[in-house]
Write a protein that binds this ligand. Structure first.
Ligand code: SF4
Ligand code: SF4
Length: 179
């Protein structure tokens, strides 16, 4: 298991803060058949990666999730990540205990991005996806409270050096792709 600096109680506080917001004021799953949740559960290449230590607030025996652990070497991750990382897949998408959705689900369709001078912003998810997310494609206006809370959360998360390294690496790769 990769030992991050983010504590269990911090993850709990983050989940509580993000429980209060949604990207849009309606169930966006109704416009696309919950494409992201269904893909995360059925596509071998997908799944939801937990951040280092995020697994501590999940019950490995909970019946709605399937767990897989992979060595960090098998995955494109920062060199500072040494050990096992956890991927989860939902067994009954799009239904899940809402309060237990991982951070990856809660941030979507946004991702954290660090500029060269270390400023954190959020950008639309720009990874190749096996489905079309209308929120990204049509740039549907996202709720200000969601953007604000998600920014606050990522500003906190990147205080963990491992999470900082991940966001930094992904940001540099994104900038190279944009050139
Ligand atoms: S986030 Fe995008 S893909 Fe997922 S349910 Fe909402 S609109 Fe659909
Ligand atoms: S945890 Fe919930 S929101 Fe996230 S992929 Fe599973 S069903 Fe969808």
């Amino acid at each position: 298991m990769i030992k991050g600096a983010t504590r269990r109680r911090t993850y709990k506080a983050i989940y509580r803060l993000l429980d209060r917001v949604s990207p849009v004021p309606f169930d966006c799953g109704t416009i696309c058949g919950a494409a992201c949740c269904n893909a995360a559960a059925s596509d071998e290449e997908m799944g939801i990666m937990l951040l280092p230590g995020e697994e501590k607030i999940h019950d490995r025996k909970a019946d709605w999730l399937e767990w897989e652990s992979l060595s960090s070497d098998e995955y494109e991750l920062p060199g500072t990540w040494k050990g096992k990382i956890y991927f989860v897949r939902c067994k009954t998408p799009p239904h899940c205990p809402r309060k237990m959705r991982p951070i990856q689900c809660r941030s979507f369709p946004l991702l954290p991005h660090l500029s060269e001078d270390g400023e954190l912003t959020l950008v639309y998810n720009d990874y190749e996806l096996p489905y079309v997310c209308p929120m990204i494609e049509e740039e549907i206006e996202l709720d200000e409270r969601f953007i604000k809370a998600t920014t606050t959360v990522w500003k906190h998360l990147i205080r963990d050096p491992l999470i900082y390294d991940m966001v930094w690496g992904e940001s540099r790769a994104r900038e190279m792709d944009d050139e």
